[in-house]
Design a protein around this ligand. Sequence first.
Ligand SMILES: Nc1ncnc2c1ncn2[C@@H]1O[C@H](COP(=O)(O)OP(=O)(O)OP(=O)(O)O)[C@@H](O)[C@H]1O
Length: 610
Amino acid sequence: MGYELKQSDILDLAHTLDGRTRQKGDELFFQYCPYCHGGQSRDKNTFSVNLQTGTFHCFRSSCGRSGHFVELARDFGYQLDFGENWREKKFKRLPQKEITVRDPAVEWLKTRGISEETTRLYHITTRKKDKSVLVFPFYNENHVLEFVKYRNTDPQRIKDHGKEFCEKDTKPILFGMDHCQGFERLVITEGQIDSLTLAECGVKNAVSVPTGCKGFTFLNYIWDWITKFSEVVVFGDHENGRITLLDELQRKLPIKVKAVREEDYLGEKDANDIYQKYGRQAILTAVENAQVVPVKCVKRLSDVKSVDLSALPKIRTGLQELDQIIGGFYFGQVILLTGRRGEGKSTLLSQLDLEAIDQGYATLIYSGELADYHVKNWMDLQAAGPDNIQVNYDENNQPVSSIPADMLHKINEWYTDLAYIYDNNILNDDSSELESLLDTIEASIQRYDIKLICIDNLMTAMDAMPGEDFYQAQSQFVKQLKKLAVKYDVVVILVAHPRKTKEAISNDDVSGSSDITNRVDVVLSYSRDENNSGWDGTLSVLKNRLTGKLTPKGQEIKLLYSGKSKRIRPASSDKGKVYGWEMKERMQLMNLDNMKSFHMEEWEDLTDEL
Ligand SMILES: Nc1ncnc2c1ncn2[C@@H]1O[C@H](COP(=O)(O)OP(=O)(O)OP(=O)(O)O)[C@@H](O)[C@H]1O
């Protein structure tokens, strides 16, 4: 196994060598070239490593060293993981003697709100010969000094040499490990001042990463220790709307990772800023409020709004017995309507569409078989009802239903903004039409506020479609319909044929992919019943996802069919349906009558007075 380039290795090596780096795009510039050290004139920023490709180059013409990061690592004794055990890497052994805490360190940290007590507890000091350089010793859980980080406090030095650098060839671990007790919660910050701030505030087990927000090799060296914790709270820097360290730690650690909530940063960048501006309680609250970073697409069940299922909005079917069993068509549901050829599925579908219109819902019909004027004619007849239909006889002496023009006009006006039809009479055997059908449905939902989509009948059209993945296409189509239904809170009724032509139909008899009935919420089966004198057709509920109630065998819903109006109504009720357009007309007439009687009374009163 070869070496796989890791940005964290480049950053780690840079810190080990010198620590003063600058990043421009993907190029990481070292302050001095590790090969030529900037030559006699100490040229700066002539050496860079590309963080994406790993190539390095010194731009000083007299040096001009170039190559790959792997070579750089080899030349400077930085061990890379080539597949062999990384634990074999050799680090510098640091002197394990007591550290003298120097006053300038105490004083400087006080300016950041860190008390002398905390500074001494964590053995923060300055360099012996240069008091402007702070020294942060990193001890492991066994109190062994393994890593040292330096921080320039003099502004000029920061400008010339950068802010932080590390002791060469030391093992990167977390700062503050030696103060951790137990393995309940570990709070990780990006900088030592931040973890000291947390310690100052009394937050237990507060640590900081060794080489900034991009170096994660330290995890290799403390893996067994860190994975013992039950949870990690990431209190990184809040930069550009993100919390540093979070993504990487979340990806790498196999334990629960929480993050400080954005709002608990109170508009500040890091823990020390929060502490200096808002005090101890703000820090404690931030840590306590830390939340598990939500897994995409998963939410708490308790966050889901409780709904009264009986009060959920739905479209009533107009068939009372059916509504009693399935509750009506709930928004978000896909209803499959099956039945043998020519039994009356389209007729029933048209009426269900009309019922939705009557309840004020906009509907879209897709008919793959019937011409648009047929769909319209059937729906108009159903809307008009038997009492408003004239029957004439054609040349074969067959009855032909027709609606008087003024009534037709009223019906048209009534459903103008509520009834839409897909403008395609014959479905081509071209799969792109399926896509366009879905797109058209979606656009119609958005533009016309469609709440019911009736698809009649896709299966027949798809039967004719060539291609091996025919079943998969059907299944995918139904899946997409269900997605649309849920996304837009609409109802879809899909007509499908059964495989059987005789005997009773069950869910498994719906032709096409077996997935279809799995994907839908309700399966209805309609069949004519011509041999029976009491009714003309029956409707069975074969699947009902919401409540599970079905029509028991032999207790199917009995329906009457009128050839004159194409209406289908319950055999149990003799009331004829009056749709909105006619209701409106009746109301107007009633109002007119009321008005007339009012005028009469008023007239009589007036005559009395006169
Ligand atoms: N009992 C009945 N119920 C419903 N429609 C009936 C009944 N008896 C006769 N019809 C009439 O039968 C004809 C065929 O019905 P429809 O087209 O609705 O059936 P379908 O099941 O959709 O047919 P296909 O399987 O070909 O799509 C229509 O003119 C319809 O009005």
